[in-house]
Design a protein around this ligand. Structure first.
Ligand code: 4BW
Length: 155
C-alpha cells in the first residue's frame, strides 16, 4: 500500500472515502414507520438516511426514534407503526458534509455523529461518510508514520 503523508491526509478528497448513495440503505419520507423499522432491523444499522422521491436528503431515522414514538403512557402502541410516517419522527437536521469540505471538517463533525450525509454544492445527495472510514484512513497514516520513525531510530 502507498505510504500516506500528512499532506495526503489534509488534502484527502472525502469523495474517495464515502459509501455512494446506491450502496446506502435508506427510506422515503412518506414510508410508514413499520417499513422503516423493517429496513433498520433487516440491514442491522441503527440509523439510516431519509430521502424524498427526487432522491434529496430530508433527514435521518433511527430505531430509537421509531421505538420512542410508539411508547405510550401505559403500553406500546404498535398500531402507530402503520399509522405514522417517517417524516413525523425523523431528525430533519442531520449532520451534512459538502463534497468540497475538508478531511478536517469531516473529522470534527464525526466526533458527535457515527455517519455524515454527503451532498454536493447543489444539494444533491451523494452518500454517507462513516466514522469508521475516517478512522481506517487515519489508522493507515499513523501506523505508517510510526513504522517510519522506528526505522529512523534503528538506522
Ligand atoms: O451490516 C453491517 N456490516 C458491516 N460491515 N458493519 C456493520 C454493519 N452494521 C453495523 N456495523 C458496524 C460498523 O462498524 O457497527 C458500526 C455501527 O453501526 P451503526 O451505525 O450503529 O448501525 C458500524 O460503523 P460504521 O461503518 O462507521 O457506520 C456508522 C453508521 O453509518 C452506522 C449506520 O447508521 C450508518 N451506515 C453505515 N453503512 C451504512 C449505513 N447506513 C446505511 N447503509 C449503509 N451501507
Amino acid at each position: 500500500m502507498k505510504k500516506v503523508t500528512m499532506d495526503d491526509v489534509l488534502n484527502k478528497d472525502i469523495m474517495e472515502l464515502i459509501i455512494p448513495g446506491d450502496k446506502v440503505a435508506h427510506v422515503q419520507v412518506d414510508n410508514p414507520l413499520e417499513h422503516a423499522l423493517l429496513v433498520l432491523v433487516k440491514t442491522g444499522y441503527s440509523a439510516i438516511p431519509v430521502l424524498d422521491p427526487s432522491y434529496k436528503l430530508r433527514g435521518v431515522v433511527s430505531k430509537t426514534l421509531i421505538l420512542d414514538s410508539i411508547f405510550g403512557m401505559e403500553r406500546i402502541e404498535f398500531e402507530k407503526l402503520s399509522e405514522h410516517k417517517v417524516w413525523e419522527v425523523m431528525n430533519d437536521t442531520p449532520p451534512v458534509l459538502k463534497t468540497n469540505e475538508s478531511f478536517l471538517d469531516a473529522i470534527k463533525l464525526s466526533i458527535d455523529h457515527t455517519f455524515l450525509c454527503v451532498e454536493d454544492q447543489y444539494g444533491a445527495y451523494q452518500g454517507i461518510l462513516t466514522r469508521s472510514a475516517l478512522l481506517k484512513y487515519l489508522n493507515h497514516y499513523l501506523r505508517d508514520n510510526k513504522n517510519k520513525e522506528s526505522a529512523c531510530l534503528e538506522s
